[in-house]
Design a protein around this ligand. Structure first.
Ligand code: NAD
Ligand code: MG
Length: 391
């Protein structure tokens, strides 16, 4: 039996992962499931999958989790220390599906145990790509991309020589506001931003899709994961979300990965890699689809794309700064401190403040330096938002 753990089990990716695992329970021995405030879901899944331990991120939810697991034989634990402890329990395959830079350390710990890490948490690659790859290499582990675009690129590269790759194109749906007039964006509300035309995902990534911060993170993730030059990476708007990515080769061939917008494909591919197995995803009827559309990804509408270019060039701790500033700006948008279009302004200001000085320039990536950069960027973002509110 394969030992598996799921970090962020109660979220959108976590639940899709559980859906796949629960279809063949005899093949898996579940080590740890982790979640947040949704204790009922966490306990229900931990019982159903007979997990060794269930961990909530919140200390004050421990009693509730204990009560919900009573008599099940599943251990209950709570808080950051418990989460990290659970991440160090040996497992063969681990799903990293916590949202935000909070997912970095658990993923690193799993890699240090030599696990294969299915990586939905793109923030890990954005903040600490070289550290992630090096940790996997040192401990004989492996990182399997779960972000649909990166899974698509990974699949298009099977059997290919990286030296023959000319470019990588990742697609973007354009999110909730792709057809809105530019002037209307400043007044967009969180509820409006949190609806996605094609994918059903967690709230934060859905809003990041509307602002294209999600695509910006993915461009950086592409650079870090596949170790290719920024000039070889592009994003294109593809409203149908059926082609997830394309890889262009030196002979002019362009290999596209096509499939329905269902994350169980990318999750299942990572779960069964290097094999391919049956997966419960819809099969496309191409004639019924009729056509596929593409548009330029406009950097005026989506300034996050422009910002990601400088991060890909700078590398080092710039990714951690960019991601943390974005996370705080998104908090600020969600709680009404700033408007939709101000998120990119805040991130740009944090990046320019921290690019010179503050000891962030040396590119030594350790968990400590990354988390320090993350912390500093959050402080700066908060200060900038407070100053704007006061003006
Ligand atoms: P989600 O909000 O639905 O779920 C997040 C999970 O992380 C939950 O289990 C939550 O309890 C847990 N969590 C949140 N904050 C935490 C913290 N500080 N400490 C510990 N646990 C915490 O998010 P999601 O949409 O499933 O996305 C998860 C990750 O996968 C993100 O990095 C996202 O960018 C990436 N991703 C998601 C999709 C998708 O279709 N949802 C696609 C590609 C990539
Ligand atoms: Mg994606």
């Amino acid at each position: 039996m394969r030992r598996v753990s799921i970090f962020g089990a109660t979220g959108s990716i976590g639940q899709n992962t559980i859906d796949l695992i629960a279809r063949a329970p005899e093949e898996y021995s579940v080590v740890a499931l982790t979640g947040g405030a949704n204790i009922e879901q966490l306990a229900q899944d931990a019982r159903r999958l007979n997990a060794q331990v269930a961990v909530t991120a919140y200390d004050d939810k421990l009693d509730a989790l204990r009560a919900a697991l009573e008599g099940s034989g599943v251990e209950a634990a709570a808080g950051r220390t418990a989460l990290i402890e659970a991440a160090t329990r040996p497992a063969d395959w681990v799903m990293s599906a916590i949202v935000g830079s909070a997912g970095l350390e658990p993923g690193l710990r799993a890699l240090q145990q030599g696990a294969a890490l299915a990586l939905a948490n793109k923030e890990s690659m954005v903040c600490a790509g070289p550290l992630m790859l090096e940790t996997a290499k040192t401990h004989g582990g492996r990182i399997l991309p779960v972000d649909s675009e990166h899974s698509a690129v990974f699949q298009a590269l099977i059997g290919e020589d990286m030296a023959a790759v000319e470019r990588v194109v990742i697609t973007a749906s354009g999110g909730a506001f792709r057809d809105w007039p530019l002037e209307a964006l400043a007044n967009a509300t969180p509820a409006e931003a949190a609806t996605h035309p094609n994918w059903d995902m967690g709230q934060r990534i859905t809003i990041d899709s509307a602002s294209m911060f999600n695509k910006a993170l993915e461009l950086i993730e592409t650079r870090e994961f596949f170790e290719i030059e920024p000039s070889q990476i592009e994003a294109v708007v593809h409203p149908e979300s059926l082609i997830h990515a394309l890889v262009g080769f030196r002979d002019g061939a362009l290999m596209a990965h096509v499939g329905p917008p269902d994350m169980r494909h990318a999750i299942g591919f990572a779960l069964h890699w290097p094999e391919r197995r049956d997966l419960p995803v819809a099969r496309l009827d191409l004639a019924a689809l009729g056509q596929l559309n593409f548009r330029k990804a406009c950097e005026t509408r989506w300034p996050a794309l422009r910002l990601s270019r400088s991060v890909m060039e700078t590398r080092g701790l710039a990714g951690a700064v960019f991601n943390a500033a974005k996370e705080r700006a998104l908090d600020g948008f969600l709680d009404g401190r700033i408007g939709f279009t101000q998120m990119a302004e805040v991130v740009e200001e944090v990046l320019s403040q921290l690019s010179s000085g503050d000891g962030l320039t040396p590119a030594t990536l350790t968990l400590d330096t990354v988390m320090r950069a993350d912390h500093l960027a959050r402080e700066r973002a908060d200060a900038i938002m407070a100053r704007r509110a006061a003006n």
